[in-house]
Design a binder for this molecule. Structure first.
Ligand code: HEC
Length: 115
């Protein structure tokens, strides 16, 4: 077995991977919403999906709900997830899959559901 060749191959693979991660453009916020959030919160933010109804999600098109939500709390919920009093996960944390900028954009995106 040619270890030199093998090592070089590994190195190249690592490099391609690193470059790919660094150069991959952040997904547009609407795309992130559709891919990660809409299945629960709904494409329209109303939370009227099968899962959303079960979880009793808030309606982001409701002005009262919007008034109750604070930007920093929304960003924290998206980044760190949401847990109930017993520590059971209600919504998972997204900080490992989405950048801080993407999370901030999603917070702003939720504001756009306001009537
Ligand atoms: C598995 C279903 C699910 C997915 C997917 C999901 N959420 Fe949630 N989300 C929840 C639940 C459940 C809560 C907690 C509601 C509560 O406290 O009663 C929540 C809460 C939130 C909150 C805090 C404000 C509130 O309504 O209580 C924000 C902001 C939020 N989600 C945004 C997002 C964003 C952005 C995404 C996509 C990156 C996302 N969620 C994906 C289920 C989900």
């Amino acid at each position: 077995m040619n270890t030199m060749k093998h090592r070089r191959h590994l190195l190249a693979t690592g490099l391609v991977f690193l470059l790919g991660t660094a150069l991959a453009p952040a997904a547009p916020v609407a795309e992130n919403w559709d891919n990660h959030c809409a299945k629960c919160h709904g494409a329209d933010g109303k939370g009227q999906t099968k899962v959303g109804k079960k979880l009793k999600l808030r309606d982001y098109t409701d002005a009262k709900v919007q008034a109750e939500l604070k930007d920093e709390d929304m960003i924290k919920a998206i980044a760190d997830g949401v847990f109930d009093a017993a520590g059971k996960e209600k919504m998972k944390a997204y900080k490992d899959e989405l950048s801080a900028a993407e999370i901030k954009e999603l917070g702003a995106h939720i504001r756009k559901f306001k009537p």
